[in-house]
Every structure is written in C-alpha cells, then in structure tokens.
Write a protein that binds this ligand. Structure first.
Ligand code: GUN
Length: 285
C-alpha cells in the first residue's frame, strides 16, 4: 500500500489559523504580538526565510519588525540592538537569522537574546528546560516535526525512533522531544558505522543530514513513518529532501514530502511561539 503523504502545508495552515485567532485575542486585550527578526548580510537562502516569516506574520496578525544589517556590521552593534529589543516591552519574540557572517560569534549572539523572548528556542536556558521537561520555547523545526506526527496519528510511546543527524537545531532537540514522549531513540551521525542497521529497526525515522536521497528504501522498515528535514537542490536545481521519496512511497507507512512537509511547519511553530511569548508578557492565559 502506498504511504500516506503527510501534508505540512495543510497542517501548518491549521496551526496558523489558530495562531491568528489567538493574536486577535491579544490585540483585543491589549496589543498585537510582535516579532523582531534580525538579518545580517545577504545570504540568499536567509533572505527567502525572512521573507516567508514576514508573510506568515502578516497572515497571523503578528507585528513584524525586520532589521536588515550589512554583512560588515560590527558584532557589538548587533548585541546592542538585541539589548534594546530585550528591554522593549512591546516586542515579544526576537530571532537572529543564522548563519551569521564569519566575524560574528553565533553563540554569543544567540545567548544575548532574553530566554523569555527566544522564540527560536536556541538559548541554553530553553535547551536545558527542554531536556529537563520544563515549559519552554521549543525549537521550531523539532516542534513542527512532532506536530506533524501527532496530527497524522503516528503514535510515539513505546516505539523505536531513529534520528539521523545530530545538529543543535534539529537532531539533538528532536531526539529529546521523542524521548520525552516515551519513544526509544537512537541518534545516528557521521561517525555511526552502520546507519541502515539502526534505521531498519525504527518505527519512526527522522532524517536531517543535508544529503539528497540519503535515506533509501532498503534502509526503512515496511510501514515506518519517515520525516524528511532535508532541503537540497539536485543538479537540475530541483528541491529535494534527504529521503528517496518516490522509492519510499511503496515502503513507508507515512512520509513527509519536500517541499511541503517540514518546511512550512517551522514557520508555523515560530508563529505559535511568538503568540505564546505575547500571552506570557500580557499575562493572558
Ligand atoms: N537558519 C536556519 N534555520 C533557522 C532557524 O530556525 N532559526 C534561525 N534563527 N536561523 C535559522
């Protein structure tokens, strides 16, 4: 039987519609939620992400403040902008688009954002809270992956999950989230001798390695759920994921497409985090 294709487009649309209603409630109570986005330099992929974030804010009724700074901006200037946004009571969420230019220390910049406004969930305080099971801002891509699985009726408790990739933005936090939901989680990475031996045992496979068609059909157990976090371009410039989507359609039980899978969820979860920050600031709910 062909795999169910999990539509991130549809699910993210529903999330954004809910966020829109909550943003309206914030506005009726006091003011609209506000998200500050800092973009340093002119990385073309980052420019696209920031544009899409702006569009989603507009749809949801979130006030978007964009700070576009030249690539040679001194680090101190970005840090002082973050300080002023931290102190601004009308700003709920702050994010600095990564990657930053080479002369900047990404950790220093990320850590300067107040944990209460860290809607990316990158600050060590939020990372620690995630690992200890406290309320926190969840990083958007991992949160979006869990939402896709939940909304598609994929159960996690007692299941085996394989996460391929161990980045701080995706692999590590998604493993922590799956663990918090009582899955038995194995994280594979570039030093894992036999990735296929691990993924073949898994009921859920999350692949985030940045290699086109890395996850082939022979690496997946029949009926498993596959979440593809990759965004690659093949030689013809076509967008492809990390999984061999066509081949897996006849093997997996459910699979996310690229594009239209995890991608739109990341932005929807950012909108959700921003409204959550706003409700906290307004002491609403
Ligand atoms: N660059 C790639 N993904 C992300 C993200 O989720 N947040 C930020 N700030 N930068 C990114």
């Amino acid at each position: 039987m062909a795999a169910t294709v999990i539509s991130g487009k549809e699910i993210s649309g529903r999330v954004k519609d809910r966020v829109k209603k909550e943003a309206e409630a914030c506005l009726a109570f006091s003011r609209a939620p506000a998200l500050a986005v800092i973009l340093v330099g002119d990385d073309p992929a980052s420019a696209v992400y920031v544009k899409n974030k702006g569009k989603a804010c507009e749809y949801c009724g979130i006030r978007s403040l964009e700070y576009r700074l030249p690539a040679d901006t001194p680090e101190e200037e970005v840090l002082s902008l973050i300080d002023s946004l931290n102190a601004d009571d009308t700003v709920d969420g702050i994010l600095c688009q990564l990657p930053l230019p080479a002369h900047m220390d990404e950790k220093k910049i990320t850590n300067a954002i107040s944990p209460d406004k860290d809607v990316d969930g990158f600050h060590p305080v939020n990372v620690g809270r995630l690992y200890t099971g406290e309320d926190c801002f969840l990083p958007c891509t991992p949160a979006g992956i869990l939402r896709l699985l939940d909304e598609s009726g994929v159960s996690l408790a007692g299941k085996r999950a394989a996460v391929v990739g161990r980045s701080n933005i995706v692999g590590k936090p998604v493993a922590a989230l799956l663990l918090s939901r009582n899955a038995t989680v194995t994280v594979c990475h570039s030093g894992t001798p036999d990735v296929a031996a691990v993924t073949r045992e898994a009921d859920i496979v999350v692949v985030a390695v940045g290699k086109s068609k890395f996850l082939t059909a022979d690496m997946v157990k029949p009926g498993a759920a596959v979440v593809d976090v990759g965004i690659n371009r093949d030689k013809d410039g076509k967008l492809t994921g990390d999984a061999d989507f066509e081949a897996l359609l006849d093997k997996a039980g459910a699979i996310t497409p690229v594009p239209g899978g995890v991608g739109p969820m990341t932005i929807a979860m950012l909108m959700e985090n921003t409204v959550k920050a706003c409700k906290r600031h307004l002491r609403l709910g």
